[in-house]
Design a protein around this ligand. Sequence first.
Ligand SMILES: NC(=O)c1ccc[n+]([C@@H]2O[C@H](COP(=O)([O-])OP(=O)(O)OC[C@H]3O[C@@H](n4cnc5c(N)ncnc54)[C@H](O)[C@@H]3O)[C@@H](O)[C@H]2O)c1
Length: 256
Amino acid sequence: MTGLLEGRVAVVTGGASGMGRATVELFAQEGAAVAVLDVADELGQETVGAVTAAGGRAIYVPTDVTGSASVARAVADVLDAFGSLDIAVNNAAVMPDDLPVHDMDEEVFRRIVSVDLVGVAVCLKHEVRQLLAQGTGGAIVNIGSTRSRRASGLAPAYSAAKYGVIGLTESAAQQYGSAGLRINAVLPGVVNTPMVAARRAVSGDSDAQYLARVGGVMPRIGDPIEVARATLWLCSDQASYVTGHSLVADGGYLVK
Ligand SMILES: NC(=O)c1ccc[n+]([C@@H]2O[C@H](COP(=O)([O-])OP(=O)(O)OC[C@H]3O[C@@H](n4cnc5c(N)ncnc54)[C@H](O)[C@@H]3O)[C@@H](O)[C@H]2O)c1
């Protein structure tokens, strides 16, 4: 059976962990050659090892999404390794803040916006340049959050950055639709990843308390693969008429 991404080349930022890693593995299973762009070298190599052990194609490219030169170099490395770029998933992010705005640490605020919003913009810049140069279209997914639609009083920086991801996605979709680029967002709810495990360790909530606070109408936490599948659909030809869209995968949190 032919995979949904057969013959495509994809980059996944933050692909060394959590949902990014699930996306890398799923894309490789679907036939894509995948580049893992991350700052976590050991986990990145481990992800590539898992893909190649399963018969897929992947490389690790150490990349800091906040650095324009780093991202430009990563795109060049991907071209050297695989010859083109067709798909990008801008997923890298750092943990949400946990102080209300009147108590915020401005350095923490800047760091979160720098990775979670400016990092997406920097990646878009270099990815779009490459896709325009190739002239063969392409698909990009930016990973937002339910915090892109419903802010948290205790996470002003993360909420602001994630709201910004939708603005950026819609702006880019508008600008590059005529060039055949489809640019969408995926908004995950609470998903079982190292980021969430770290948040939970700080909160000290029981399972029931945690789900009541952040869960959706489906009484469980999501699995990374459930978000990866939404991203896969948007990046595949199955979504050939979809752009500027924000696809929610949150177990019904936003309708609760
Ligand atoms: N886990 C959740 O419940 C949840 C909910 C909503 C949205 N999200 C979003 O989903 C995405 C993935 O989250 P996750 O839970 O899998 O997180 P994670 O912490 O497991 O993975 C994030 C990855 O991003 C990488 N990263 C961080 N800073 C980077 C930088 N400057 N340059 C390159 N890579 C960098 C990390 O090394 C890590 O591998 C993020 O955008 C996050 O905001 C997560």
